[in-house]
Design a protein around this ligand. Structure first.
Ligand code: ATP
Length: 235
């Protein structure tokens, strides 16, 4: 079971509270989009879910409390975070980056690498190349591939479209959808590009100044007048 249940989550940095009483549920195998303006706390939310910032309240994955555990323990429990800026190790090769993604275990690595190449065939001819020599789109695919090496139950994606050409971004979201469907991975995606995010997500939440101000199915959120004005650029 990989249902994510976030209840009354408060989080922040030192004395500065960023998230206030954030509550939402992502069903097992669902994709959930988090929308909102710059500085709303979207990145902080993902960091709280992966143990990188401390939080208070409840974050349960498959009924098990995640809050209070360090990031490496959460990684072992199947929480994979692809941060904004991707977090790939530029001087290392593509293959080394992928193998690093499986640092929580030793078995089945070759099989998992094959699985990654099926999702991202463009990476296969580049295995021995330094990650730094890849295009932006390939680096984002590598970051996603590295996260998949963890065999995640919960995949956290921060602004995957950042800096990528529209065509590359669409391809990336198509792959995220395929992964979600084939592996039943629960996904939380933070995205400035609301069109794209609402195209793949079943449900979405709008975060403003650290609070969820609107929640609904992707279709409901798309129809919301204010969201349309603020994030979709029409009406
Ligand atoms: P963006 O789309 O610009 O990344 P966001 O919605 O992801 O925005 P956050 O990055 O979570 O927002 O930032 C929320 C608030 O937390 C902002 O006011 C920001 O200045 C603050 N903040 C972010 N990171 C830190 C940090 N490491 N230390 C202190 N404050 C931080």
């Amino acid at each position: 079971m990989s249902e994510l249940v976030v209840t009354g989550l408060d989080a922040g940095y030192g004395g500065a509270q960023v998230l206030h009483d954030v509550t939402f549920t992502v069903g097992e195998g669902e994709i959930c989009a988090i929308l909102g303006p710059n500085g709303a706390g979207k990145t902080t939310l993902l960091r709280a879910l992966s143990g990188m910032v401390k939080g208070r309240g409840g974050v349960r994955l498959g009924g098990v409390e995640l809050l209070g555990r360090p990031p490496d323990a959460l990684a072992r429990m199947g929480v994979a975070h692809v941060p904004e800026g991707r977090g790939t190790f530029m001087p290392l090769t593509v293959e080394e980056n992928l193998r690093l993604g499986a640092y929580t275990r030793r078995d089945g690595l070759e099989q998992d690498l094959d699985r990654i190449y099926t999702y991202f065939p463009a990476l296969k001819p580049r295995l021995k190349q330094a990650a730094g020599s890849l295009s932006g789109g390939e680096q984002q695919m590598l970051a996603l591939g590295r996260a998949l090496m963890l065999r995640p139950r919960l995949l956290l994606l921060d602004e995957p479209s950042l800096g990528l050409a529209p065509l590359v971004t669409r391809e990336l979201f198509r792959i995220v959808r395929t992964i979600n469907e084939q592996e039943r991975t629960t996904v939380v995606v933070v995205e400035q590009n609301a069109h794209l995010a609402l195209g793949v997500a079943q449900r979405a939440h709008v975060l403003e100044t650290g609070r969820i101000v609107l929640s609904g199915t992707a279709a409901q959120i798309r129809q919301d007048e204010q969201v349309a004005q603020s994030y979709l650029g029409y009406r």
